[in-house]
Design a binder for this molecule. Sequence first.
Ligand code: NOJ
Length: 542
Amino acid sequence: MSARESSWWRSAVVYQVYPRSFADADGDGVGDLAGVTSRLGHIASLGADAVWLTPFQRSPQADHGYDVSDYLDVDPLFGTLGDFDTLVERAHDLGMRVIVDLVPNHCSSAHPLFQAALEAGPGSPERARFHFSPGRGDGGELPPNNWPSVFGGPAWSRVPETDGRPGEWYLHLYAPEQPDLNWRHPATHELLDGALRFWLDRGADGVRIDVAHGLFKAEGLPDLADPDIEPMRLRGNVMACDQEEVHEVYRRWRAIADGYVPERVLVGEVNLLPHRAARYVRPDELHQAFAFAFLAAPWDAEAWQVAATGLLDGAARTGSPVTWVVENHDVVRAPTRYGGGEHGLARARAALLTVLALPGSAYVYQGQELGLPEVDVPVEARQDPAWLRSGVTRDGARVPIPWRSDPAGSYGFSDGAPGATPWLPVPPPPEGTGRSGPHWGALSVAAQEDDPSSTLELARAAVQLRRRLHADGVLHPDDSATVRTTAAGLLEVERAGTLLAVNLGGAPSGLPEGELMLSSGPLARDGDLVLLPPDTAAWLRR
Ligand code: NOJ
């Protein structure tokens, strides 16, 4: 087996932890690193190979950690550097790697560098670390260009100068509290190279790179011909992302990562169309880039076939395995996206089994293994900075995880602090409230454990089956796979000695030939014929 084939990340199942909402050890209503450590056993019980932690570095939390004010420290809200070390040690003891989030496109407006830039005024070397510019119009009252912020409104905010008068504007592709760093300034490279090394030195097994296609902007920051970009997607702003210079950074970071033993991995959030994203995973750049096609694909066999085939073809060309994603902290949870209720849940279960059967690595977002639906967070409780600017809220996928059936301590989220108020409200118990909504207690880890029909047990069985098939040499990380649609709505993935069939149509289908290993829901019978009901996936050995 070549070194390349043996690389753990090529077929890893990575569990994504959103620390604010995973487990709250200190009882302040916000999850923390000690909480994550206390619940690592749950992640290990799924058979995950690694844990990715979204940002826990020092931050005023304007975008819940994606606004970093010190790249080299843990925010007190989440604990200390010592807590991080303990987490890594415990994860390693359990045989799991740890991936840390790095946010290079922007920092926090509270970062000392931005504060110094405000202080130093126009034309200063401090301002050159960001994108400051005079406004347009007679009094400079208009933003320097027509770029929209991904979170809505203009991508520019104006600052008062030290004399109190309105002054220059600065660029923020996201919230005003997230000023974009100037990547044409050499010191920016030093700052982020240093942060990368810091976490890798500290024992992280890799980094996930936020807005990895961002960083560089077209020289002169020209206007967009069409500033009406898809909401919440940077990729429409062709002047502010996917610039050629960014690849130099990833070549350098790959060389840095390659200097470590054991192997460290770089995974990029490259939210571009697959043919452009493929350029970020050339052999001397990032190891992986998230494959987001399944986030946008509707419940439709053709759409899945096109998405999966395109991604697998790309992987065959680049040599970087597909990094499948069905859920993350930025999108509506799958059971809700797929129509909600029983159908939505059945489809989300089938989607989970499908991505686990495909070649490549799979990222599972906390709560996906419980089949959690999106929560309709009451308007007054919403926290997402995008909500106020654009009316889009990602809060519904970020509600604290239910660990126990009993509602005390937000269903065990604030373990040991029954009265703690969670940072986002958890759905109240349905009894007697007159409210309809998901029953958080019934969806909890405790309620699902040992119930063979639960989503949790399905997720465990699927990950463990996948592990066994790899260990037995049936599956290999670099397998190719053929994805086809057969009868109305049936999708088949043929890979090595296995076949995954998923019924995305409206009527039961005959189960293809083979020995059934696992199905995402009950199968049906018609006399001797075994049927695959709609919204169900089955994994067969051939
Ligand atoms: C992508 C992250 O996943 C998202 O949560 C964040 O708001 C933006 N990048 C900006 O950092």
